[in-house]
Design a protein around this ligand. Structure first.
Ligand code: ADE
Length: 217
C-alpha cells in the first residue's frame, strides 16, 4: 500500500481533509495509508522544543535541524524508500503533470511542513524535492501539503470513480481547462442549457465542448 507521511506540528489540521470524500475513500480501498508524524514528539528537552533563533540575528524562530532529522529518520524507518518533500515558497511550482508523475511512480512520500519563519537549512540534505503551491506565503506547509496530497491521491489508479474521470478533466493534457457543464433542470430562472447539449448529437456535442474549452496560460 502507498504510504504518505506528514511531518507537522499540527497533525489535527489534516483530520477533516484526509478523512473526507476521496481521501477517505482511498484509505478505505487500501490504495493509500496516511500517517501523521508530530514534530513535537521529537522536540528537545522537557519542553520538547522544536525551534530557536537564527544565527546572525533577525526576527522569528526557525525549526531546528535536530528534531526535523529525528522525525524524518523515524518516517524513513516506516517506509525506507520514501521520497522526502519539503513545502516551501522557494520550491518548484506544483502542477498537474508532476502530480501525475508522482501518482504513477509508486513511491511513498514524506512531506515536511515548515512553520514559523523557516527551518534550519541543513534539513535540505535529507530532502529530495522542494515544492511550492504558488508565489505567496502561507503560515505553514500544512495547506500546501494537503493540496499536493489531494492532487496525487486522486490520480492513483482505482481511487476515482470513473476510470476516465481524471483523464478528461482540466489540465490532463497540460493546458486545457474543462468545458462548461450543466445538469437538471434545463431552464433555471430563465438560464437555459445550450441546445446542442440536449440534441443527442455526439459529434456536435464533442465539437461544442472542444470549442468551449479554455486554454490555460
Ligand atoms: N509554505 C509557506 N508558503 C508556501 C507556499 N506558497 N508553498 C509551499 N509551502 C509554503
Amino acid at each position: 500500500m502507498r504510504k504518505i507521511q506528514v511531518i507537522t506540528l499540527f497533525p489535527e489540521m489534516f483530520d477533516g481533509v484526509l478523512n473526507s470524500s476521496m481521501m477517505w475513500k482511498a484509505q478505505q480501498q487500501e490504495a493509500i495509508e496516511f500517517k501523521m508524524v508530530n514534530l513535537r514528539d521529537y522536540g528537545l528537552g522537557q519542553r520538547q522544543r522544536v525551534d530557536d533563533t537564527p544565527y546572525g540575528g533577525g526576527d522569528g524562530m526557525l525549526l531546528m535541524a535536530e528534531p526535523l532529522f529525528a522525525a524524518v529518520e523515524s518516517a524513513r524507518e516506516y517506509d525506507r524508500n520514501a521520497k522526502v518533500v519539503i513545502m516551501t515558497p522557494r520550491g518548484q511550482r506544483w502542477k498537474q503533470a508532476i502530480a501525475q508523475d508522482w501518482a504513477d511512480s509508486g513511491d511513498g512520500y514524506i512531506f515536511i511542513c515548515g512553520r514559523y519563519e523557516g527551518y534550519d537549512e541543513r534539513i535540505l540534505t535529507l530532502v529530495d524535492e522542494e515544492v511550492s503551491v504558488g508565489d505567496y506565503v502561507l503560515t505553514g506547509g500544512e495547506l500546501p501539503a494537503m493540496t499536493i496530497i489531494d492532487s496525487i491521491v486522486r490520480l492513483i489508479p482505482g481511487v476515482l470513480g470513473g476510470e476516465d474521470s481524471a483523464a478528461i478533466e482540466s489540465f490532463s493534457d497540460g493546458e486545457t481547462l474543462e468545458f462548461p457543464q450543466y445538469t437538471r433542470p434545463e431552464d433555471f430562472r430563465g438560464m437555459k442549457v445550450p441546445d446542442v447539449l440536449l440534441s443527442g448529437n455526439h459529434a456536435a456535442i464533442a465539437k461544442w465542448r472542444a470549442d468551449n474549452s479554455v486554454k490555460a496560460d
